[in-house]
Design a protein around this ligand. Structure first.
Ligand code: ATP
Ligand code: MG
Length: 269
């Protein structure tokens, strides 16, 4: 992994230390250089996805979590939007339906996991079941407490079966969230995005940070690491996410499959 992204990874067994991590950062880069780098990384990512499809051994699962207005949608649009849509699928997890609620918390998640050759993007995820569920007391503490182990085992299963997992927490400050929510009130084209319930969630800011702290600490594993991405400079956020994804896919050392034909013997008239 590169020196650019490594500081943002939570080393397994270490405290996430969200309070000690920056939410605004430029990594010593100028915006114009970072934007150029990002364009190249996105092209590379597109090529790597095609290679992954050709080889069909692996899939990639990308998890995004953040506080409201943390930039999940915009990161997905900017970094993964330019890829071949046939190779990418986004799953957004909202409040569970009655049917989903009647099953274990991973039931709906497993169905959305990417198959061989594909990139699956989770806009929210199974982590909601140790975040909002914990903060809002939606189940007994004894139940959410044992979910960390279930999550690690589930992610290990996916990894053993060929899915590579990376998880991003888009880190913003409370002050920055205020600014982004205010923007939704100030701009008529953003009014539709304003959800009064976001204010109720914001009131639980500290409880959410505490829940994220524990989830990221306990579930950053060698097979499915968490990255805390400083998300207040959007160009830096996009760069880090793209770089982690490219480095992750490159580390797989994928190969095009052996051709079933000998191209030298074929003549097209
Ligand atoms: P937007 O950026 O458009 O607001 P969003 O991801 O916030 O996107 P919403 O429909 O506003 O989408 O919110 C989804 C809500 O569903 C969130 O408040 C989230 O915490 C909640 N949710 C997701 N998964 C669960 C779960 N397992 N249990 C309870 N609530 C959940
Ligand atoms: Mg919302």
């Amino acid at each position: 992994m590169s020196s650019l992204t490594e500081p943002h990874r939570i080393d397994p067994g270490h405290q996430a230390d969200l309070a000690g991590r920056p939410s605004r950062e430029d990594g010593g880069l100028a915006k114009s250089d970072a934007t150029k780098q990002l364009r190249k990384l996105i092209k590379r990512l597109d090529a790597l996805q095609e290679l992954m499809y050709a080889e069909s051994k692996h899939s990639l699962l990308v998890v995004f979590q953040a506080m409201d207005a943390g930039g999940k949608d915009s990161t997905i649009r900017n970094v993964l939007g330019p890829l071949n849509p046939q190779g990418v699928r986004v799953a957004s997890f909202k409040q569970p339906s009655t049917l989903e609620r009647a099953h274990d918390f991973l039931w709906r998640i497993h169905q959305q996991c990417p198959g061989g050759g594909h990139i699956g993007i989770f806009n929210r995820s199974h982590y909601e079941d140790v975040l909002v569920v914990r903060v809002k007391n939606l189940v007994e503490p004894a139940i959410w407490k044992r979910r960390f182990e279930h999550i690690n085992a589930f992610e290990k299963l996916l990894t053993d079966e060929g899915t590579v997992i990376v998880k991003f927490f888009l880190h913003i400050s409370r002050k920055y969230q205020r600014k982004r929510l205010q923007r939704r009130l100030d701009r008529p084209d953003k009014h539709w995005k304003f959800d009064p319930s976001d204010l109720a969630e914001r009131a639980h800011w500290d409880a959410y940070q505490q829940a994220f702290e524990e989830a990221l600490t306990r579930c950053s594993t060698p097979w499915a690491p968490w990255y805390v991405v400083p998300a207040e400079r959007r160009w830096y956020r996009n760069l880090i996410v793209a770089k982690v994804l490219v480095d992750t896919l490159e580390s797989l050392k994928m190969q095009y499959p052996e051709p079933k034909i000998d191209p030298a013997t074929i003549q097209i008239d």
